[in-house]
Design a protein around this ligand. Structure first.
Ligand code: SF4
Ligand code: SF4
Ligand code: FES
Length: 262
């Protein structure tokens, strides 16, 4: 019986501005192969299906166990993690393309720095005062821990942004992963010190109002994060703060009118 083979049709791009093109590869099948192991096989012997010598495919990966989030790409037209996508479960020839909503760096590697810029925008961290010993942190109620843990599983893969109809240049929408981080850090007793600033960021350009609640994000998230629940909860927090701000404005106005103050 002839050896089993694996066929891959890969979209390639030599640099961020050049035109994409396709190459086909035929590899020897091995049990348990996934997309990353197939790409590694190509790197060891980069010869295309027609026998032409070519270059190894450029892609991002690190942990190889769906933890680092770096290997997200389109596999047979759908965003997925390459390290956990088993060859045997995919229809052949397997089509590989870079994520479509992020600038291509080369081949299957894309620039996802927008995610980190958006995380900075909402101050998605627990603030600390310095590098000296701050002592024990505040105790976190087990009920809060239970709520926070599923939210903390985000691996920054950006698949929720890839499938979001609102994640576009004109809306500048931050995306579901960012809103989920707002909920997570607002739950933390120290993180909550920045709650007001986070919610204010959620009300500005690209904020939570851009979400059309289509729900694509929650369906694709590889970590099953309850993204639409996070969006609803953060929306409630934003509304509460907006109403609070409305009632505080007259006081601010009168404070500005105090003698000697401008
Ligand atoms: S619910 Fe829809 S619009 Fe909102 S973040 Fe998710 S995919 Fe985007
Ligand atoms: S929320 Fe889910 S889909 Fe979005 S970046 Fe995090 S792990 Fe990926
Ligand atoms: S290599 Fe880390 S998630 Fe795939």
């Amino acid at each position: 019986m002839a050896d089993r083979t694996v066929r891959l049709n890969i979209e390639r791009q030599d640099n961020p501005t050049s035109k994409p093109y396709r190459e086909e590869f035929e590899l020897r099948w091995r049990p348990g192969m996934n997309i990353i192991s197939a790409l590694m096989d190509i790197a060891m012997d980069p010869i295309d299906r027609h026998g032409k010598q070519t270059m190894p495919i450029t892609y991002d990966s690190n942990c190889l166990e769906e933890v680092c989030g770096s290997c997200a790409m389109r596999i047979n037209g759908r965003g997925a993690m390459a390290c956990s996508s088993l060859i045997d479960k995919l229809e052949q020839p397997i089509r590989l393309e870079p994520l479509s909503r992020f600038p291509v760096v080369r081949d299957l590697a894309v620039d996802r720095s927008v995610l980190f810029e958006n995380l900075k925008q909402v101050k998605a961290w627990v603030p600390v005062d310095g590098t000296y010993d701050l002592g024990a942190g505040p105790r976190i109620d087990p009920a809060v821990q239970e709520q926070a843990y599923p939210l903390s599983r985000c691996i920054s893969c950006c698949l929720c942004m890839e499938v979001c109809p609102q994640f576009t240049e004109p809306t500048r929408f931050v995306g579901a992963a960012i809103i989920n981080q707002v909920r997570l850090f607002n739950l933390h007793p120290t993180g909550a010190h920045l709650r007001q600033e986070r919610l204010t960021a959620m009300m500005s350009d690209g904020g939570i109002h851009e979400c059309s609640y289509a729900g694509n994000c929650v369906q694709i998230c590889p970590k099953n994060i309850p993204l639409t629940t996070s969006i609803s909860i953060v929306y409630g927090q934003v509304m509460k703060q907006a109403i609070g701000d409305l009632f505080q404005k007259p006081e601010l106005t009168s404070a500005r009118k105090e003698p000697g103050k401008r």
